[in-house]
Ligand binder design. Structure first.
Ligand code: COA
Length: 368
């Protein structure tokens, strides 16, 4: 049975920064309150031209560069997002087209902030079953488009960004090991965008009452999160046949520093074993774990051979964890690739396919 190694990683965040002071000009809040209650100092906000697909595509190209693969080497794309481009088509398909991953199947996964863990686990299982060899997992969000900027309970928390991992099959032991995925739909109303789906289609009423924005019971979500983080980490570690003290780094969902500190206390692990970067990005939902992992690598906190646990929680309610032995790029098999060309070639290819369909439509339309 092949192992599923993480051989590429990338991130993309908008350059526009929104500080706590900026938010204090919009709602009744202040920098001190936000920092003390959440640990967040600033977050990134997408420009008009940016979206979940553009950020996701940029993160994917970065991950492919590190893995030394071309988009055409990818056979499956799993895109986790709660802020998709549309209800359909899937954001994964839009990214597939943008990067030119012409051989890949592509689908979206909806498990909110736990989505990247779910996606990683699905990718690892697809590889371990022998069904796929090279899988791209993306977590991408433009949450700023779903925030009520008059609601101080939510607008202080969230930010935009994307992260991506490449997983590859290998006969060498390592990569993804034990994982757990949990859910409790009875808590669905604690964190929700109530309108815009089939239950409450968009209407004048849903717009007037702000049901297309994020609604959250912060206290209850906080209680839930502090309850499940340590448990899920322990489960993934046990399933891997490891002991907790063998874990080199935990990369938790970046929602609130106090939640991460509670998890550290629950696990009796020092805070320096937890990657934290929420001060600069806020909660980027499903993108927060891969973004934190990329920065952990850049800062030398995550090195080849390290035992790492990714753990998250979110709307649904959902929660989960995945333990992995960090591989790093497979230098030996790296090819010199013209990856830079793909973001230019892919739109031309996409245009030609649309043109071909239009010409076919005219020809067959005339015949019928
Ligand atoms: N600025 C200033 N005051 C604020 C405020 C803000 N942005 N938001 C709330 N307050 C006020 C409240 O009105 C309340 O005032 P009161 O005591 O006069 O009624 C007081 O601060 C305490 O509010 P409370 O909601 O109890 O704060 P809290 O300590 O629970 O912190 C959150 C609020 C949202 C930061 C916290 O509950 C949280 O992080 N929850 C988890 C959210 C989360 O992670 N969501 C994503 C999951 S993936």
């Amino acid at each position: 049975m092949p192992y599923a190694h993480i051989t590429g990683w990338g991130m993309s965040v908008p350059s526009k920064v929104l500080t706590n002071d900026d938010i204090s000009k919009m709602v009744d809040t202040n920098d001190e309150w936000i920092r003390e209650r959440t640990g967040i100092r600033e977050r990134r906000i997408a420009e008009e031209r940016q979206s979940s697909a553009t950020l996701g595509a940029e993160a994917s190209i970065e991950a492919l560069k590190i893995a030394g693969l071309l988009p055409t080497d990818i056979d499956l794309i799993i895109c986790s997002t709660s802020t998709p481009e549309h209800i359909f088509p899937a954001t994964a398909c839009i990214i597939q087209d943008k990067i030119g991953a012409t051989r890949a199947g592509a689908f979206d996964l909806s498990a909110a902030c736990s989505g990247f863990i779910y996606g990683l686990n699905m990718a690892a299982l697809a590889i371990r079953s022998g069904s796929n060899k090279n899988v791209l997992v993306i977590g991408t969000e433009t949450l700023s488009r779903f925030i009520d900027w008059k609601d101080r309970n939510t607008c202080i928390l969230f930010g935009d960004g994307a992260g991506a991992f490449v997983l590859q099959a290998s006969e060498q032991p390592g990569g993804a090991y034990g994982a757990v995925m949990h859910s409790d739909g009875s808590g669905g109303d604690l964190l929700t965008i109530p309108a815009g789906g089939s239950r409450n289609p968009t209407s004048e009423l849903t717009l007037r009452t702000g049901m297309h924005f994020i609604h959250m019971d912060g206290k209850e979500v906080f209680r839930f999160a502090t309850r499940v983080m340590a448990g899920a980490t322990n489960e993934a570690v046990e399933k891997s046949g490891w002991k907790l003290d063998q874990v080199d780094l935990v990369v938790p969902h970046q929602a609130n520093l106090r939640i991460i500190e509670a998890a550290a206390r629950g696990l009796k692990m020092p805070m320096d074993k937890f990657m934290v970067n929420l001060d600069r990005y806020g909660n980027t939902s499903t993108a927060s774990i891969p973004i934190a992992a990329v920065e952990a690598v850049q800062q030398g906190k995550l090195r080849p051979g390290d035992k790492v646990v990714f753990v998250g929680f979110g709307a649904g309610l959902t929660w989960g964890a995945l333990a992995a032995e960090w591989t790093g790029p497979k230098q030996a098999t790296r090819r010199v690739v013209k990856l830079e060309w793909f973001p230019w070639i892919a739109p031309i290819r996409s245009f030609l396919r649309r043109l071909g369909r239009a010409i076919e439509g005219i020809i067959f339309g005339r015949k019928s």
